[in-house]
Design a protein around this ligand. Sequence first.
Ligand code: NDP
Length: 288
Amino acid sequence: MTARVLAGPPAAEVLLQDAAARASRLPAQPSLVIVRVGDDPASVSYVRGKARKAGEVGLRGTVHALPEATSQADLLAVIDSLNRDDDVNGILVQLPLPAHIAEMAVLHAIDPRKDVDGFHPLNVGELWAARPALTPCTPAGIMFLLKHYGIAVAGVRAVIVGRSHLVGRPLAALLLNADATVTVAHSRTHGLPSVTREADLLIAAAGCPGLITPEMVKPGATVIDVGINRVPGAGGRSHLVGDVHPDVSGVAGALTPVPGGVGPMTVAQLLANTVRAAELQHHLRSEG
Ligand code: NDP
């Protein structure tokens, strides 16, 4: 048996088309500002990709690049001015930030109504209270992917490997809100293979290449590979692999590839969140 491939791009395209259609119904073009501090090559490339994609679907995507030596106070002042600017609907601060800036202080300073990453404590609380407004992009993108491919969530046994604030925890809340029975495993979990073998829906978000091997997967399970790991390849060139061993495709019923699985969903969801933020702000303004 070879697992059904749950490719990201077709699902991301549907999400993007929906975001574009909703954007076109708003009185003004939704606008996303991405704040980048420093010149980390991966961040430069991620930010450029997000801004370009925003333009492709009819959003205004702007990059606000600041030098590496920017102080926390200066960064907070930039965020304050973006918070006050009615022409800005979404604010994203690209992580990681340089070590001299406290990430939490910055994320907490973003107006929760413009928090398209969904990391502000107010949005985290609303998510866990089953009233999600703006939800972290990777987990929300995974939920869209599952829906797109008709994978049942209600009532199933879901196991997430990884408990980060970025992926594992918010995904647990989303799956719980969608009536799955959720287990969150992590590096201190005893007997990980016996936990993962329980899963009808297994999500690997640990950042460990090949962590999930065929023996850890229930036959026929859906496996979502969130991991993006750069490993050395032939001829000294590195390549990207997930957290799921390739042989899992012989056991799983459905599997997301890496690359080309969850990654495209994350960017699409960011733009969907920007449109959602613009809709919420427009609604608030028209309510006076
Ligand atoms: P973090 O490093 O923040 O969290 C990793 C989590 O996995 C932790 O909870 C950790 O446990 C757990 N873990 C690590 N090793 C093991 C292990 N051997 N067994 C069980 N649990 C383990 O990573 P992120 O959540 O930020 O990212 C996870 C992966 O997803 C990375 O590869 C990242 O690149 C990728 N990613 C992909 C995205 C996409 O768009 N496709 C977006 C975001 C991330 P503990 O808490 O105990 O330390």
